[in-house]
Design a protein around this ligand. Sequence first.
Ligand code: SAM
Length: 281
Amino acid sequence: MRTNHKIIFGDSAKVLRTFPDNIFQLMVTSPPYWNVRDYRHEKQIGLNDSLQEYLDKLNEVWKEVVRTLMPDGKIALNIGNIYYTEPDENRRTTANLSYLLWKQLDDFEELRYMGTIYWRKTTSRSGAVLFGSYPYPSNFMISSAVEPIHVFRKLGKRKVTQEIKEKSKITLKEFREFRDAIWDINGVNDKHVAAYPIELPARFIKMFTFVWDLVLDPFVGSGSTTKAALELGRSSVGIDINPDFLKIIEEKVGMKQKRLNDEAEFEVLHFHEKAPKLISK
Ligand SMILES: C[S@@+](CC[C@H](N)C(=O)[O-])C[C@H]1O[C@@H](n2cnc3c(N)ncnc32)[C@H](O)[C@@H]1O
């Protein structure tokens, strides 16, 4: 069976409002950070927002994610903490984004918290900025080289045929590795400023979906989630605010590559603010 992959450019909450209820089996994403990264788009979430504005905007996205998730659908949310400096202070404070976003999801009546996986980035540890008062006590800075990924499920049940289950089996080795609370996975150097390794969404897709399920990434960036879904025979919807990322996505996902039996189809859509609807250009 063919899989379908939509890449949609527009504001995530607005794009998701055009989708019906209960259609995704998994949302896996790393949302924009607050206050550190520039994704080079005037409507991006996070860069010029106060912490409260940032949280409010993300919450609009989570509302749509919860609505469009199927009963027993899962959420895997990857977010690291960031450092910032309070006005009139020259020392850094940590913004506990990981806790704040966990709390947002935990507040949804429809969701149940399943646990947290800690992604230990075995490379890309930037020790250089963490010297604090070195070599002296006492301004020791705590590294955020471990990023939590919170996992939630939506209440309800779903039925899957034995045939589909058989096609979606995972090995014992994978099973053991995935249920561990700490995952050692190398970080990536990517054309996109904040890409995660494909291994990350791939593990959640294997853990929480069956073949031909539909996976959502509301902040798809360079298309890592799309690529993982494609390779694992799942369909996907990836949304991002910045259409300039299309080239990076096309390259990473291999959208223009000829495939055997045309087993995957791709659509690139844009959110039309005034209509409001999705259009292909
Ligand atoms: C941390 S990055 C995601 C990277 C992605 N996981 C990858 O592997 O490439 C966050 C993404 O959110 C996007 N973004 C920011 N504000 C957005 C909004 N309002 N709607 C949709 N996407 C947005 C940014 O453009 C950026 O690509």
